[in-house]
Design a protein around this ligand. Sequence first.
Ligand code: SAM
Length: 267
Amino acid sequence: MNRGEPYQHQARKRFGQNFLVNHHVIDKIIAAIAPKPGQNIIEIGPGHGAITEPILAKCPSLKVVELDRDLIPILREKFVDYPDFQIHQGDALKTDFAQFYQPGQAMRIIGNLPYNISTPLIFHLLGFSQQIEDMHFMLQKEVVDRLAASPNDKSYGRLSVMVQYYSHVQPLFKVPPTAFRPTPKVESAIVRLLPYSQPPIIANDLKLLTKLVSASFQQRRKTMRNTLKHMLDSVQLEQLDIDISLRPQNLSVADFVHLSNQIGALQ
Ligand code: SAM
């Protein structure tokens, strides 16, 4: 089932390079993405092209963003028969994804993401969520658990609240370490993120929501009263209509948005 190590390229740890080699897993990922001709698909970190190749076969106008300069000529040579294939060498964290958007053609973002940058990369991409149709990512399973967690779950935190504010999160399936070369130490999983065209509950001030959620989970064992007393005086605290004796992990995404809107109105 496993494909051999294809090219003369040493996997680089600093680029989070764990290449997919299991054919069965690759097929499952492609089935979940269901690429179609003419779609505006952008792959982050194509590596040697394990996912790129089957996507290109279905959607020849695929674009990729790859940081490792040594992989660029390998990709060019491998996919020479696809004239519409576009390779962008650079750091996805610094990439302005709006450049890939075309009116009427929302972006579909995919990638077996380098684990060391997956969280900041998801936050970076959420900045373009209005132009994104969906995202399919391979991540550490523990990160997928955090993305999908509900209030009171052990994994529920800042990442859950902020990503769920922008998008519906669907964990799809687990992937064992043996599907990669080199073999990572942890289990992975595929997740689908579906950004809302409009969040179900709108935060009037996104910066304030972000600040509130970060401050709350920095001290997750403290009650909301303790966190909020740095933002509001005691009279204002009594005007809030959530129970401030709760801890942040007890509050839903809607509670956080509602609370940030109330704080904004009181400040
Ligand atoms: N897609 C390939 C696969 O599934 O076999 C490779 C996946 S590997 C986990 C992550 C890929 O992301 C590598 O090709 C790595 O060079 C690339 N990468 C790492 N950091 C990056 C960044 N900041 N921007 C774009 N690509 C990056």
